[in-house]
Design a binder for this molecule. Structure first.
Ligand code: HEM
Length: 406
């Protein structure tokens, strides 16, 4: 089996649209991801995406942004504020875990510190799976054993009870004792409502529940750490932009887009040919071969993204109908379902600050800046050295509200 590399923007878009190229990035993570949405293909993928897509509505997202996110942010950041310091990755995990778990439909009946810590521990174990294919360790079996154990623990304590509670609610609705509108607005409920059509097994339900914790939390946390790092560095060099932060309500979102362009959560997508497929430039990919779609490279094309494409520059002008964050939210049939929730919608000339959808990452950045976040002068940010892509594993910060930039 050969690998075929695609690294032009148009080539990547073309490859991601091909119906005869199927997802293969998560092959090494099959034990946890074989049957999740991002790994399904054709009619099965379409049917599940349709069922889950019902939750990804503008009104649901706006409700999250306006009510749920500010509360979760205040609750989560306040102990760090009191301590005057914290770790960006840790803070990101705590905020996003709470948000994503609710969106996915995983109940937290106790809402205790122990319960949150346990969910965090499990989430970190699950995050080993998608990176298995990029592991530089020779023996990945120990990681697989940890993932299996975490799946069983999550199922017993969190997933099955959440599923049973929702099934019981549906029984109440069917018996006419409860209104359908009062059912929870989350992914698990949507799947239970769609079960007649989807016919999912218990294992598929469990995998999908875990996938949402990862798809929502893990990607967002790492995008947040990159966004903060790039912004700190930029403001060191461009202190004049502090006033822009204060005056332009859309500037933080622009900064997040630019960071996301440089740091897609996965630098490449991978697809396998189900039959011979022609790539954009004419190359023929035989059945069974893999296509490596290099989104990181495509996002750095100087013809599309301008001068010095490897450098972070939130003032970069990007035309030609391309999004400012390039292909970092995917493209085609697997394009990110949570995009607007994570990074909002691109501001238009008629956008107004009051009803604009900013997205979770820009809103967390804004909130951290309001709390006076700064790099910890006594700490050293660390990168995860066990995988080939760059993610921050530790990013120590201090909070000085009296010196807040906004
Ligand atoms: C900044 C944060 C995020 C980034 C960078 C990101 C990026 C991506 C990318 C690149 C894909 C396509 C993968 C592929 O083609 O192989 C994807 C798919 C997906 N994302 Fe996101 N995502 C983010 C946040 C979220 C959130 C918050 C959610 C939901 C709560 C979410 C849900 C999904 C789902 C369900 C898919 C699979 C769609 C499908 O296969 O049809 N994502 N994401």
């Amino acid at each position: 089996m050969e690998e075929h590399l695609v690294d032009t923007y148009e080539g990547c878009v073309h490859a991601l649209k091909q119906k005869d190229l199927r997802q293969s990035l998560y092959d090494a993570a099959a034990l946890m991801m074989s049957d999740v949405l991002v790994n399904l293909h054709g009619a099965e993928h379409r049917a599940r995406r349709l069922v889950e897509g019902k939750i990804f509505r503008k009104d649901v997202f706006l409700h999250y942004e306006k009510t749920f996110l500010p509360r979760t942010l205040d609750e989560t950041i306040s102990p760090f504020l009191e301590a005057g310091r914290g770790d960006l990755v840790d803070i990101g995990y705590r905020v996003m875990m709470n948000l994503t778990v609710d969106f996915a439909g995983i109940d937290r009946p106790e809402r205790s510190h122990e319960e949150t810590s346990e969910l965090l521990r499990l989430l970190k174990e699950f995050s080993l799976a998608p990176a298995l294919g990029q592991s530089i360790e020779a023996d990945i079996e120990p990681k697989k054993a940890r993932i299996r154990k975490a799946m069983a623990e999550f199922d017993e304590r969190f997933f099955t009870p959440s599923r049973r509670r929702r099934e019981a609610l549906l029984t109440e609705v069917e018996a006419g004792r409860m209104a359908k509108e009062d059912l929870p607005d989350d992914v698990l409920m949507a799947l239970i409502l769609g079960q007649e059509k989807l016919q999912m097994t218990d294992e598929q339900f469990l995998q999908e529940g875990i996938f949402y914790m990862l798809a929502g939390a893990h990607t967002t946390i790492h995008s947040l750490a990159h966004a903060m790092h790039e912004l700190f560095e930029w403001l060191d060099e461009h202190p004049e932009d502090v006033s822009r932060l204060r005056e332009d309500p859309f500037f933080i979102q622009r900064c997040v887009f630019e960071s996301l362009r440089l740091h897609p959560s996965s630098p490449v997508a991978k697809r396998r040919a189900l039959c011979p497929v022609a790539l954009a430039e004419g190359e023929e990919v035989p059945e069974g071969d893999e296509v490596v779609v290099n989104m990181r490279e495509a996002n750095r094309n100087p013809e599309l993204f301008g001068e010095d494409p490897d450098r972070y520059n939130p003032h970069r002008e990007i035309g030609g109908g391309k999004t400012s964050y390039g292909l970092s939210m995917g493209y085609g049939m697997h394009a990110c379902l949570g995009r607007n929730l994570a990074i909002g919608v691109e501001p238009r000339s008629n956008s107004t600050p009051e009803d604009h959808q900013y997205g979770t990452v820009p809103l967390i950045v804004e909130s951290l800046l309001r709390f006076g976040v700064q790099r910890d002068p006594d700490g050293e940010p660390k990168k995860d050295e066990t995988i080939t892509r760059i993610t921050w594993s530790e990013y120590p910060v201090v909070f000085k509200p009296e010196e807040a930039l906004i």
